[in-house]
Design a protein. Structure first.
Length: 189
């Protein structure tokens, strides 16, 4: 190994992180009443000090796991050639992802873990970045575009709301939400 080499990808810290995420996912999936660092550490096969050192508290860890579970970081955004197509495909991807039983459990656990109003939410930040990228691409094609906040408020938030409260979500709902947000930018006659 050369003196300039860095830590290898997928090393011990990656394995520990994966074990911790899996332990949290299993505990959430089992509907554990009380999730604590010692319980997570035992399930993950790590020392509790590892958890205390990396995360300030259990809520911080739960949020990180939920963010990892509830955003498809790294997935390519759809590129259909139109904003309507891109938003529809993206909304369908989000819908299919967050309605999976394990994803729905994460979402509900993250909501339940919140005690106070937070300054920002990483799930929202990630979805805002994704919406902004789709809108920039459409704007570059000279399409009329809504704001990223409109897309979040009128397409993504209703989907998360329905999943958080265990309300039904079929594939027509995201399509209708996208049509609604696109009507917001249509010229008034």
């Amino acid at each position: 190994m050369s003196a300039t080499s860095t830590t290898r990808p997928g090393g011990r810290s990656s394995r520990v992180l994966s074990a911790v995420y899996s332990a949290v996912g299993a505990l959430v999936g089992e509907g554990a009443e009380r999730i604590t660092f010692p319980v997570i550490a035992e399930r993950a096969g790590v020392n509790p000090t590892t958890l205390y050192r990396r995360w300030g508290d259990v809520d911080e860890l739960l949020e990180e796991v939920a963010v990892a579970a509830l955003t498809r970081d790294g997935d390519e955004l759809p590129d259909t050639g139109t904003l309507a197509g891109d938003l529809t495909e993206w909304a369908l991807i989000v819908t299919r992802d967050i309605t999976r039983p394990e994803r729905a459990r994460y979402l509900r656990a993250m909501v339940a873990a919140r005690q106070d109003v937070v300054a920002h939410c990483e799930v929202t930040d990630t979805r805002l970045e994704q919406a902004s990228a789709l809108i920039r691409r459409a704007d570059d094609r000279d399409e009329a575009v809504p704001t990223a906040e409109q897309v979040l408020d009128h397409v993504i938030a209703p989907l998360y709301y329905r999943v958080a409260f265990a309300l039904p979500v079929d594939e027509e709902r995201p399509r209708r939400l996208v049509r609604d947000v696109l009507r917001m930018i249509a010229p008034i006659r």
